[in-house]
Write a protein that binds this ligand. Structure first.
Ligand code: GKR
Ligand code: MG
Length: 431
């Protein structure tokens, strides 16, 4: 079953002004939609980052996949490697290397893994469609029928400072009380059974207060906090000790595996990461240091769904646990995340998802991918089990053409409000 056509469509979706340690989300988040057609007329779908640099590499690789068999994933990977290694200088800007995009330059393992993943997922969708089996079957078969996600809470502004973007329906969230309200709505609309708080925004003592307010209001729901390395090791240890017994894990309080291990030795809860262990070469140091103990998988940057299964196996071997990272994403990614979540044996926590923050989508709503009690059913139809709404893709492509956002940049919109803002971490040096 050979590839006869690949269409890469950049799209932009409206995004609320969510705050994090780097700054604030822009008015629009970018995604690329990948449509792969084969000689027998089947169509496979993928979704990944939409920044200009990613688009450059997707467009450079796509023509080289013409005529390649969709089952020959190792060959596709070697084409991606060759393209990026040979032409690393063909674009000067690197993919952004912040919390959401742990990639360095074109030749790096991480960037190559991200580009390969963008083609691997639609090929798996096609393999599944040709065999009449869901992607989870191709990954070894599901261990669970539903995958649990957590309420992903953000401090946020009421609206983007840039006009004329309308305010979203969530309002301003900068106090513990407002965060409890945000959580109440998310839990009532999606049924989430656990809570992730994006921290690194307010002084750590205020974020501790927020965690406590959430725990008081939702005593049965485990809580985790992720300040994206905004704290020094001393602050992280102090926060960890204050919240002793109150967090299911502490995610990326500091940057770098050694600093994470230093914190892990002084706090009781496990440490988790999507910042310091983001590719296979990062694993030996984490195993040597004994921390972080939880890795947030993300097929978009770990090299696809099959590589995520390899990560799962390594976690099982070394006694690490898996959780799952998300960036702003739409339904094709949610389906892919859910297929992996279904098969991962080391998955010990509910996964992250940005779904509640998006008001636009590109898939036809389905019963399976609708949240119930905080989880979604693993699609059982062939391939990823999603039907893409191509009119919605076209409309969001038009939005991409006109919105002016071309790369993820949380620093500049914050700097427009606070000219001294750098987005540098650590930013909080005392509790
Ligand atoms: O969407 O602002 C955000 C998050 O901070 C995201 O960029 C991170 O990649 O969700 C992420 C995380 O867990 O670090
Ligand atoms: Mg994180």
């Amino acid at each position: 079953m050979r590839i006869t056509d690949i269409e890469i469509t950049p799209i932009a979706v409206q995004d609320p002004p969510l705050l994090n340690s780097e700054g604030v989300h822009q008015t629009h988040a970018l995604r690329s939609i990948i449509k792969v057609t084969t000689s027998n007329g089947l169509v496979g779908w993928g979704e990944t980052y939409g920044d200009d640099v990613m688009l450059h590499w997707l467009r450079a690789v796509a023509p080289r996949l013409d005529g390649v068999d969709v089952f020959d994933l190792n060959h596709i990977e070697s084409i991606v490697d060759d393209e990026l290694l040979t032409n690393a200088d063909s674009i000067t800007t690197d993919l952004p290397a912040g919390a959401g995009y742990p990639m360095a330059n074109a030749a790096s393992v991480k960037t190559r893994a991200a580009v390969f993943s963008a083609f691997e997922v639609p090929c798996l969708d096609l393999q599944g469609k040709s065999l009449g089996r869901p992607v989870s079957d191709l990954l070894g078969g599901r261990r669970r029928d539903r995958v649990e996600y957590s309420a992903y809470l953000f401090y946020k502004w009421a609206e983007h400072p840039q006009k004329p973007y309308p305010a979203d329906s969530w309002g301003e969230v900068l106090t513990p009380e407002a965060m409890v309200e945000e959580c109440r709505r998310m839990v009532s609309e999606y049924g989430f059974q656990s809570i992730k708080l994006k921290g690194g925004v307010l002084p750590p003592a205020q974020e501790i207060e927020t965690v406590r307010a959430l725990r008081a209001e939702f005593p049965d729901l485990p809580v985790r906090i992720d300040p994206n390395a905004a704290w020094t090791a001393d602050v992280a240890i102090a926060v960890g000790q204050h919240l002793d017994g109150e967090l299911e894990y502490l995610e990326d309080p500091v940057s770098g595996t050694r600093a994470m291990a230093e914190v892990a030795r002084r706090v009781s809860m496990p440490l988790a990461t999507n910042m310091c262990v983001t590719s296979f070469p990062d694993i030996p140091e984490a195993v040597r240091e004994g921390a972080p103990q939880v890795i947030l998988s993300d097929h978009h940057f770990w090299g696809g769904l099959r590589k995520s299964v390899e990560l799962d196996q390594l976690c099982a071997t070394f006694g690490l646990k898996l959780s799952m990272h998300s960036n702003t994403h739409l339904g094709i990614s949610l389906a892919a995340m859910t297929h992996f979540g279904a098969v991962a044996r080391s998955l010990a926590y509910s996964c992250d998802t940005h779904t509640p923050w998006q008001t636009e989508n590109i898939i036809v709503p389905s019963e399976e991918l609708t949240f119930k009690n905080g989880s979604v059913a693993v699609p059982t139809g062939p391939g990823l089990g999603v039907e893409v709404d191509e009119d919605a893709v076209a409309a969001l492509h038009e939005q991409w053409r006109t919105c002016g956002v071309r790369t993820r940049d949380d620093v500049s919109p914050m700097r427009a409000v606070d000219p001294a803002w750098t987005g540098d971490v650590p930013r909080f040096f005392t509790l």
